[in-house]
Design a protein around this ligand. Structure first.
Ligand code: ZN
Length: 183
């Protein structure tokens, strides 16, 4: 088996060079913004549910390498999954990153996402890796009932609640910020 640290670096580099599903989604049914003030990560995630499954998903934004790689891998892993299956991945990824789930000894569905297991030893990077997953959770719950689980989730706190409850005007502001930052 490959050295986990080397694999981690290789995956991060690869997904930064070629982020998968990077961009906007014109016909999104769900979307949310995620912001990690600790690092300055800011991503927008959009997806379309087709018959209860994630038919299309895209992200964009300004973020550090870990956040970007995590978001990129999120999109490839969540595509084709049902909302419930996606929520399982969100929970397992968060538990792995915060050290609650030991992927070596406990059952999980994370597959290659386990390359992020090492961030639990890097407290300042945990939120960078988790941000895309919290944003996905917010997006999946953006068009429908609110989740009490999200309200009670302490890890949800760093994310600005206003920006996870997107409306169209806020979305325009986010894109404007991205445009300014890029140039
Ligand atoms: Zn970051």
């Amino acid at each position: 088996m490959a050295d986990p640290k080397a694999l981690y670096q290789e995956v991060i580099l690869d997904h930064n060079r070629k982020p998968r599903n990077y961009g906007t989604l014109a016909d999104a049914s769900h979307h949310a913004d995620g912001h990690n003030p600790l690092c300055g990560d800011h991503i927008t995630l959009a997806l379309r549910l087709d018959d209860g499954k994630v038919g299309a998903i895209a992200f964009e934004g300004e973020s550090c390498a870990i956040c970007k790689a995590s978001a990129s891998m999120l999109t490839t892993n969540v595509k084709g999954k049902t909302r419930d299956e996606a929520e399982v991945l969100i929970r397992e990824f968060r538990d792995m990153a915060t050290g609650k789930l030991d992927v070596a000894s406990q059952p999980h569905h994370l597959g290659r996402l386990t390359v992020f297991g090492g961030v639990r030893d890097l407290p300042t990077r945990v939120k960078c890796a988790i941000l895309p997953w919290h944003t996905l959770h917010a997006a999946l719950n953006s068009a429908g009932s609110t989740s009490t689980e999200a309200e009670q989730d302490p890890m949800q706190a760093p994310i600005d609640r206003k920006s996870t409850r997107l409306n169209s005007s806020h979305r325009c502001i986010s894109y404007a910020v991205f445009c300014l930052k890029k140039k």
